[in-house]
Design a protein around this ligand. Sequence first.
Ligand SMILES: C[S@@+](CC[C@H](N)C(=O)[O-])C[C@H]1O[C@@H](n2cnc3c(N)ncnc32)[C@H](O)[C@@H]1O
Length: 294
Amino acid sequence: MIEKTTESGAETTADWRAAGQAWGERARDWAYLFEPYAIPSFDTVLARAAVVEGTRLLDVGCGSGLAATFARRLGANVRGIDASEELLAIARDRVPDADFRAADLFDLPFPEASFDVVTSFNSIWFGNDGALVEIERVLAPGGIAALTFWGDPSRMDHAAYFLAVAACSTSDEGDEVIDLGKIAEPGVAESMLAATGLQPTERGSVRCVSEWPDRDIAARAMAAPGVAHHAIRHSGLDVFVATALERDRAPPHRPRLPPGFRSRLPHRDQAVSAALRFCRRLRPTAHPGATDVV
Ligand SMILES: C[S@@+](CC[C@H](N)C(=O)[O-])C[C@H]1O[C@@H](n2cnc3c(N)ncnc32)[C@H](O)[C@@H]1O
């Protein structure tokens, strides 16, 4: 959870290192059991942002570096920042020639206009407006910023995950978790971006699916995100994973996975799907033709 204060007129995290510790507690479980669900969004966003050989790319909240891996394969000159040293260690193993730094996404350690593309996969949420201001600052004129976040809860089995986290947290912490998802509501991300001077160009959705072979692995995966930290501390690990497994089920009236995926899974309640939205933004200083690359 990100707590923000305003000091000297600049919005920043009060304790980004605490966020990093929460995300680092189960870093390997996050990297190997949860993070891969987002691969379709990495592919889509990097293609839409036209990442090619030599693109100067920054991934904000890069976690364990899976998106950076894909960007590097495309030839990008990759940098990433994250609050978690444990996740960054995995990222460095995955992409040894990238530049990964422990830093606050509200205070990026780079000069202005340093990057052609800035991505942020599920690391910027409702209320994190200051992070967008920083992205705008480090983006070169004509550059592209792209962010993803979980989409319309009515189409997303994983929406129940947030509810499980909230149910197992204190009411204040639970409310904060639910609030994060407000970024997916119509027009909210656009308003946040417009306030920074970034110009919206595209918004779409990508279907992402978590595949877990059994309930034990699913339980380990669900305990891994840092957002579950308060819930586990408040209610205990066993109660939290039981709640998450119980709630994170598809409504019975519709299939939870496309047929091709379902046939590869032993039981229908052992996997979940998530629709995930992405946005692409141009700085107002971008050349007009750039908005046509959609
Ligand atoms: C949902 S994870 C996404 C990780 C990665 N982008 C991915 O798609 O797998 C959110 C990430 O944001 C990082 N984070 C949270 N608060 C942060 C802050 N204030 N500054 C930098 N990173 C932060 C966490 O450590 C975590 O790696």
